[in-house]
Design a binder for this molecule. Structure first.
Ligand code: CA
Ligand code: CA
Ligand code: CA
Ligand code: CA
Length: 337
């Protein structure tokens, strides 16, 4: 009896000591809330076609936001998605809240296509492409659809607007001098200038800090290039198709896809082109269109390894490749910022 009593005191003392030890000054006593799952927007060509969908990064909670949609673009605060939809015939620009409420048609014409919306970094404006004048122009409007301004005003084809990280400039592709060259203009449309003209076709430009990466066939086949401090460097050098460069959030790495191994794989390299690594390593099937999660820890991509195009997520080192979608033909997967 006495031994039992001493033992109980010992246990109580131990529990008291353990608890008091945890309550050091300045130490949080409650656990942080579990980090919520990141969301990914994508376009699904199941029935009806072109559904704008959202899914969690673990494949849970798939919801449909809109129909006949393409080109989803998140506002940087993660609360709204701009997209183009052809539900009224021709493509028009819409915005919807990420919870599916308050869908609004902001830029529309029954005779023209309004497409490729992109948000300014501060979320106040949306640039997009319209052919209402008879050729493609870059238009900018306020995020509520007011004050539309034609920024390019050029009879050539002007497409693919990309905001500079500070929002003061817009990069775009124009064939005004015969080739699809990269141009940069002020965000109000003044002073458009070719970035480094190369008399070739250029596409998919992206902008990170003071660096621009893009795809070009200036050396005979499609390669990834970078321009930094007005100096161009060639980052890939092979006879295969290399495309869709994507800077990591810190700008230190570039994701792209290439069929250098015979079928498409997602590769990562340092932003100077060194240390290329095949991340997907799935021979015989096409893995492409990789995009970094906002924290750079994960990559979303599209693969046909299980039949038709499905959305997958992997760790940034290529490990833990996980299939998220199971129906339809799915593309345009974009992380919520
Ligand atoms: Ca239209
Ligand atoms: Ca034009
Ligand atoms: Ca190549
Ligand atoms: Ca592959």
């Amino acid at each position: 009896m006495k031994v039992k009593h001493i033992f109980l005191i010992f246990i109580l003392f131990f529990i008291f000591f353990s608890c008091s030890k945890k309550e050091q000054p300045g130490t949080p006593t409650t656990n942080p809330p579990p980090q919520s799952l990141r969301k990914i927007a994508f376009i699904s060509y199941s029935n009806p076609p072109g559904k704008l969908c959202l899914i969690n990064e673990d494949g849970s909670n798939l919801i449909e936001l809109s129909e006949k949609a393409e080109s989803p673009a998140w506002a940087l605060d993660g609360n709204k998605i701009a997209f183009e939809s052809y539900k009224d015939g021709t493509a028009d620009i819409y915005v919807i809240n990420a919870d599916g409420t308050d869908e609004k048609k902001l830029a529309f014409s029954t005779t023209a296509a309004e497409e490729s919306p992109v948000w300014s970094p501060d979320g106040n404006k949306i640039a997009y492409v319209s052919n209402e004048t008879g050729n493609k122009e870059i238009i900018v409007m306020n995020a509520d659809g007011t004050y539309k301004t034609n920024l390019t005003n050029n009879p050539a084809t002007d497409t693919n607007p990309v905001w500079s990280p500070d929002g003061t400039k817009i990069m775009f592709i124009s064939n005004r001098n015969g080739y699809e060259e990269i141009y940069i203009m002020n965000a109000n449309g003044t002073s458009p200038q070719a970035l480094l003209p190369n008399n070739a076709s250029n596409m998919n430009p992206v902008w990170s800090f003071n660096k621009v990466a893009f795809t070009s066939n200036m050396n005979g086949n499609w390669e990834i290039y970078k321009i930094e401090n007005n100096t161009q460097s060639r980052l890939t050098n092979n006879n295969a198709y290399d495309d869709f460069p994507q800077f990591s959030p810190d700008g230190s790495k570039i994701l792209f896809y290439t069929d250098v191994d015979g079928d498409e794989e997602i590769y990562v390299m340092n932003s100077d082109g060194s240390d290329k690594k095949n991340l997907t390593q799935y021979p015989g099937k096409n893995d492409k269109w990789g995009r970094w999660s906002p924290d750079g820890q994960k990559i979303v991509f599209v693969s046909d390894r299980d039949g038709s195009n499905e959305i997958y997520v992997m760790n940034a080192d290529g490990s833990n490749q996980k299939r998220l979608t199971y129906t339809g033909f799915n593309i345009d997967a974009v992380w919520r910022p």
